[in-house]
Design a protein around this ligand. Structure first.
Ligand SMILES: C[S@@+](CC[C@H](N)C(=O)[O-])C[C@H]1O[C@@H](n2cnc3c(N)ncnc32)[C@H](O)[C@@H]1O
Length: 437
């Protein structure tokens, strides 16, 4: 388990400080949820050993409907107001979930707006500790426990402990590359941005410790992309997009950039990791004459808990639907496998001009896909990673870029050495390696 103080110090020299009295003792009970408060003897015992005991503060059962509220703990307004403007708040919740799925989230005074990411705890014999991060504590008024089970069953749980910590300087991460004049991203600082952003997810991926580095990643603005791609005068620079990077969408916001890229590079053989419905393959087929190979898991991607990540459209006949409907099926080879099992040997003899890496987004899958891409991209070829976005706010709100950026940071020296230029296109969720060696 990630040590909260250690992970916090990766991006900030200050340590979390416990705040007593912020979480009020008595929760509100919602929807007539049955609750049981332990006996006086247990309460006395808790006072002697207040943390890491398995004596419950309270036991409760939610209503069976998904998202039914069960308990909400008021947060003490004056303690919240006493926080400094750049303080974040961390609420550690030690819970045991006997049955169902428990959602834990900080909510606003309107009882519906979220003031944190919701953490879900599945039924488990052992107690677990989850951390709820509040980047903007002023928006919170209660800590809510609700039913996250989607199958119409109630969730039965016990709260064993609640602790609040102030995290000085944890609210924002001021990245040097957020200034439009910056031309590069120092890798060491990007590593700190990852540690900061990962806290909202309780550090979801195992991470390798970063060696000290003075390396940096180049930034290319969309305005300069035509000249970097050698098509200045033939291609119009893409107009600035006013949308926040955290709200970016591939189909609307990255598509014009990818289109310019593929047109300029004009691959004859293209490989894509991650087909989904075939949007990316259709784009390449439409703007180039390439023959395309695209890989996907036959039954789509599921998360650690077995839930589908891309809705029901990520399996069977939905995979590649868009390029088939657009009439490009004769130019596309659909490969259905786990990309980690993809045999690159036949393609090492006849390599690809371009590769798009957009399959699994955990750092281990991105690293495996990239290693395979580097084996099958021709000398002078191009690799593109989708969902690479170094914007701290985007990283703290979207898991896919968090995994991709982590993979790039952890493998930077080796991957950088394989290209003439490796750069992030600003603004986008795209990383490009030009001129494979
Ligand atoms: C972001 S979507 C791909 C989007 C697509 N490139 C497009 O342009 O629309 C990622 C896809 O990768 C697939 N995927 C995830 N992990 C994979 C793996 N290990 N092997 C093959 N495909 C994988 C998922 O099933 C999902 O359909």
């Amino acid at each position: 388990m990630i040590d909260i103080a250690r992970s916090a110090t990766q991006f900030n020299a200050k340590m979390p400080q416990q705040i007593r009295g912020l979480i009020q003792d008595r929760p509100n009970v919602h929807n007539d949820s049955p609750v049981r408060v332990p006996s006086g003897v247990s309460r006395v015992l808790r006072n002697v050993v207040p943390w890491n005991t398995d004596i419950a503060l309270i036991e409760a059962t939610t209503a069976p409907e998904q998202w039914s509220y069960a308990l909400s703990y008021p947060l003490h307004e004056e303690s919240l107001q006493g926080l400094a403007p750049d303080d974040a708040l961390i609420i550690e919740c030690r819970v045991r979930v006997h049955e169902g799925d428990l959602g834990i989230v900080a909510i606003g005074a309107d009882y519906s707006s979220f003031a944190s990411r919701e953490r879900t705890v599945r039924a488990n014999a052992a107690p677990v500790t989850v951390r709820v991060w509040l980047r903007d504590p002023g928006k919170a008024s209660h800590l809510l426990f609700r039913n996250a089970a989607s199958d119409g069953t109630a969730t039965r749980f016990a709260i064993l402990g609640l602790r609040a910590h102030r995290m000085p300087g944890g609210r924002n991460f001021q990245a040097s590359w957020s200034s439009p004049e910056s031309r590069s991203i120092p890798l060491a600082e990007l590593g700190r941005a990852l540690a900061w952003a990962g806290t909202t997810w309780d550090q979801p991926f195992p991470a390798r410790p970063l060696a000290a580095t003075s390396a940096s990643l180049e930034i290319v603005d969309t305005a300069d992309l035509p000249s970097v791609l050698g098509v200045a005068g033939q291609a119009q620079p893409i107009a600035a997009n006013g949308k926040a990077l955290a709200d970016w969408k591939m189909e609307a916001d990255d598509a014009p950039i990818l289109e310019q890229l593929w047109r300029a590079v004009a691959p004859r053989r293209h490989l894509e990791f991650g087909t989904w419905e075939g949007f990316g393959a259709t784009l390449v087929a439409r703007v180039t004459d390439a023959e395309i190979w695209t890989l996907n898991l036959p039954e789509g991607e599921t998360g650690a808990d077995g839930e589908t990540l891309y809705s029901s459209t990520d399996s069977g006949q939905f995979i590649g639907r868009l390029y088939r409907e657009a009439g490009f099926a004769s130019r596309v080879h659909q490969v259905l496998c786990d990309s980690r099992d993809f045999d690159t040997r036949p393609f090492e003899r006849e390599p690809f001009d371009t590769v798009l890496i957009d399959g699994g987004h955990t750092p281990d899958v991105v690293a495996s896909d990239t290693e395979k891409a580097l084996r099958v991209v021709r000398k002078g070829g191009t690799c593109v990673w989708h969902d690479f976005c170094p914007d701290p706010d985007t990283l703290s709100r979207n898991l896919a870029p968090l995994g991709v950026v982590q993979a790039v940071v952890e493998n930077f020296d080796a991957w950088r050495a394989r290209f003439d230029r490796l750069f992030w296109i600003r603004k986008s969720w795209i990383l490009v390696g030009l001129g494979a060696k």
